[in-house]
Design a protein around this ligand. Structure first.
Ligand code: WQD
Length: 350
């Protein structure tokens, strides 16, 4: 059976992708340093799928560990989620971001090359379109002009991968440009578990809803949008996870590097998100309008037609499911995987 090495598989998107890979009949192994992921997520994946996930604890920059993982398993493809992702923090600690995200990718690519593994799915981001691109973003646009080190690391790794593919015609690489992933597995067993104060909108709202935070700050209501708040293309993490399975199928049939937007093609404002969450949860979210957050763009969303045309992938879940599933995960596990560990979370599918 084909084995997929999932670097960063214990994190938010990684753990949801494990479930979809296993459901598609693939064997998975995980390498993760647990800086942003949890070992408990892997236990929960076992509960959902009934399959044990072989786990290598450590850095993607640890060449010896990578070699061991690749040698002990007949790996045919790699999915690379193992990166740091906090935009604000990346401006404070740029070297750490380049070290983790760029050096980590180089070490992984070199280990793959030595082991003869020719297929890679890379977690990229809509942020590679930079700050001047017209919306909706389409893959044929120029990329670059990123506005923070996090975004630049994604852009740099995309360039590295394009060069690597040019040099090795047997290599095939999918650059998946995520828009704004939200939601959780419908079982309520896995979800997003940010450390500290959440940077992203949905985890923050969810923590306000369970009383962990007093109120949400809405960063700016004077943008040139319908209601003045920023608009984004939010997509359900289960849809996003399925996109990785489709990308692996594409890699098996094709050579070269191709970028795919993974989004719904719809734009939703911050105020619309608050209302949708309130409807799904029945909880009122106290909020106040705060100053704009540095670096936020007014509105962007995906032209997701290439993924539909070439991967046969289309987001199927709407805002209602995104909000209901976020709420199920957060209300059952108010402290994320710590709740699960302490037995406050539901240990079995209800
Ligand atoms: C969404 C909207 C905020 C928090 C970033 C990266 C992207 C990707 C995801 C990561 C914006 C508003 C947010 C809050 C708010 N990277 N907001 N109050 O900024 O679109 O994307 O994270 O892995 O590359 O750029 O996502 O969830 O931070 O913000 O009003 O407390 O919610 O201003 O309009 P963003 P987000």
């Amino acid at each position: 059976m084909d084995t997929v090495l999932v670097a960063g598989g214990a994190g938010y998107i990684g753990s949801h992708t494990l479930v979809e890979l296993i459901s598609a009949g693939l064997k998975v192994i995980v390498i993760d340093n647990l800086c942003n992921g949890s070992k408990v997520a892997l236990d929960q994946v076992r509960l959902i799928t009934g399959q044990e996930v072989r786990f290598y604890h450590g850095e993607v920059q640890d060449r010896a560990l990578l070699n061991r993982a690749l040698m002990e398993n007949s790996v045919s493809a790699v999915i690379h989620f193992a990166g740091l992702k906090a935009v604000g923090e990346s401006s404070q600690r740029p070297i750490e971001y380049y070290q983790n995200n760029v050096t980590g990718s180089l070490v992984l690519l070199d280990a793959m090359h030595e082991a003869g593994v020719k297929r890679l799915v890379f977690s990229s981001s809509a942020t590679v379109y930079g700050s001047d691109s017209p919306v909706p973003y389409v893959e044929s646009l120029e990329t670059g002009n990123t506005s923070n080190p996090y975004g630049t690391t994604k852009w740099v790794v995309e360039q590295v991968l394009k060069d690597a593919v040019y040099a090795d015609p047997e290599l095939s690489v999918a650059l998946l440009r995520y828009f704004n992933p939200v939601g959780a597995h419908p079982s309520g067993l896995i979800g997003e578990d940010p450390h500290g104060i959440p940077n992203n909108l949905l985890p923050y709202i969810a923590q306000v809803a369970v009383g962990k935070r007093a109120e949400l700050s809405v960063f700016g209501d004077d943008y040139p949008t319908a209601d003045g708040t920023c608009e984004r293309d939010y997509l359900h993490v289960v849809d996003l996870a399925k996109g990785h399975v489709r990308a692996l199928e594409w890699l098996a049939q094709n050579r070269g590097a191709a970028a795919f937007n993974l989004g719904t093609g719809n734009a939703t404002s911050v105020l619309q998100i608050i209302r949708a969450f309130e409807e799904a949860s029945g909880v009122t979210i106290p909020y106040r309008i705060a100053p704009r957050r540095a670096g936020d763009l007014p509105a962007f969303w995906a032209d997701a037609s290439k993924a539909e045309r070439m991967l046969g992938w289309k987001a199927e879940l709407g805002l209602a499911e995104m909000m209901a599933d976020t709420w199920r995960w957060q209300s059952r596990n108010p402290n994320g995987y710590r709740s699960v560990e302490q037995g406050q979370g539901h240990l079995a599918i209800a």
